[in-house]
Design a protein around this ligand. Structure first.
Ligand code: UD1
Length: 418
């Protein structure tokens, strides 16, 4: 296991540019098998979730070229509907292939997906959505088999606005006979980006970004060139790190509406946040004040993917903060680590009560999941002295060489590949 050695106690100052969003590119890579035309994706981050997804595409017969931040996919030779179990176990996003694979091959064979250990992550909504499209789903011995010889459009109401289920249904429904409507769809910006990609490819999807998505079945998909939306969670993570270290930073390539739930909280706790076009500038006070109440919710609510980083930030706020995690039931694994650094946190069910302390102490820290790992790096940046954050592989899933980004902002972070 690799680690980061963080020499904490410096303010983050400077300017960085954010790349495309992990949660946008993963379903878009899946959707790239829905055409035989050339797919060109720009601003692709170099993160391991993307590497693994590209490995899946290779394994099912796609040809891939990568040049800098551009990925080119040719799926014309794709010939396998079986997801390689070794990869899909590692990567929960392999489940995002399901709709596209059934759409293309009329069949799919999957193992139950892996991914972050943030609680029980069922896929019932994905499977029942596909069943509504007339796909026959059977589950046996951890294997999911789908038969979709006659995929038909349908009206689908999701019991919960699941991001992945919404995306999978969109990808299968574009290949259906007849039209579909998804009600109570997830509204995340990454779903709009998928819609944009599918439409550029020649399909007809409308309504993404609202709770009702209309999908016309069929279409003549061709070549597509697409630039990803910026990663709102990477931007948010850096803003939290800037806020808690008393920094001044400029982040380029952000979409302000996508990070508004965070920037409004940052203002509330004493930061100055200024936006101009796609650039945001943060100036943090000497010590931030508390967040009185923050609850994670589906978009446009506060993202669960920012909860851990905000939790780390609140550890050094002047006052007591209350966070409620509503989306995932086991997403507080970073808290025992923060407590070992001197943070004062109590967990009651889904609520974390954080009494801010003036200082954190450096420690040996163990990342348990992707965003929790980033939260530990944030805390280590604040703690004066040398901390070590183990489990960098988890952080690499969603942050491209985080140490380089932080060092460009004046931090002192070194990677040890272990
Ligand atoms: C996506 C994001 C992830 C983010 C999450 C919530 C990607 C690659 N990942 O994950 O970073 O944390 O959205 O914003 O885009 N659920 C069910 N049944 C299902 C599906 C989901 O009960 O069939 C539940 C989950 O257990 C969870 C909630 O719905 O409690 C949200 O999950 P979902 O929106 O599906 O998240 P993902 O698509 O997995």
């Amino acid at each position: 296991m690799g680690s980061f050695t963080v020499n904490g106690g410096v303010r983050l100052n400077g300017s960085v540019r954010i790349k495309g969003a992990k949660n946008a590119i993963l379903p878009i890579l899946a959707a790239s098998i829905l055409t035989d035309g050339e797919v060109v994706i720009h601003d692709c981050p170099h993160i391991t979730d993307v590497d693994n997804m590209l490995d899946i595409l290779l394994a099912i017969g796609c040809r891939i070229k990568r040049s800098g931040d551009t990925v080119i996919i040719d799926a014309s030779g794709a010939d396998s509907y079986v997801m390689p179990p070794s990869i899909s176990k590692k990567l929960r996003s392999s489940i995002f292939m399901l709709g596209a694979v059934v759409g293309r091959f009329k069949k799919a064979c999957f193992t139950y997906p892996g991914g972050c250990e943030i609680g029980n992550r069922p896929i019932d909504l994905h499977l029942s959505g596909l069943s509504r499209l007339n796909v026959k789903v059977t589950e046996e011995y951890g294997l999911i088999s789908c038969e979709g010889e006659d995929i038909r459009g349908a009206n689908i109401h999701l019991d919960y606005p699941s991001v992945g289920a919404t995306e999978n249904i969109m990808m299968a429904a574009v290949t259906a006979k007849g039209d579909s409507v998804i009600y109570n769809a997830a509204r995340e910006p990454e779903i709009e980006d998928l819609q944009c990609f599918l439409n550029a490819m020649g399909y007809d999807v409308r309504g993404a970004g609202t709770t009702t998505i209309y999908i016309r079945g069929g279409g003549r998909p061709g070549a597509v060139e697409h630039r990803l939306i910026p990663d709102r969670i990477v931007a948010g993570t850096l803003l939290c790190m800037g806020a808690m270290t008393g920094g001044t930073m400029t982040i380029e390539n952000v979409c302000m509406p996508h990070i508004m739930s965070l920037t409004s909280k940052l203002r509330e706790i004493g930061c100055t946040v200024e936006a101009q076009n796609d650039t945001v500038r943060l100036k943090a006070p000497e010590r931030i004040s508390e967040i009185r109440l923050l609850e994670t919710m589906p978009y446009p609510g506060f993202p669960t993917d920012m909860q851990a980083q905000v939790c780390a930030m609140c550890c050094v706020a002047d006052g007591t903060s209350i966070l409620v995690e509503n989306v995932f039931e086991n997403r507080y694994k970073h808290i025992p680590e923060l407590v070992r650094m001197g943070a004062e946190i109590t967990i009651r069910d889904r609520t974390a009560i954080i009494r801010g302390v003036p200082k954190l102490s450096p420690a040996e820290l163990y990342a348990k999941d992707l965003r929790g790992g980033a939260a530990l790096v944030a805390a280590a940046l604040k703690a004066e002295g040398k901390s070590r954050v183990h489990g960098v592989e988890l952080i690499d899933r969603g942050y491209e060489r985080l140490e380089d980004t932080l060092n460009a902002l004046g931090a002192d972070v070194a990677r040890d590949d272990g």
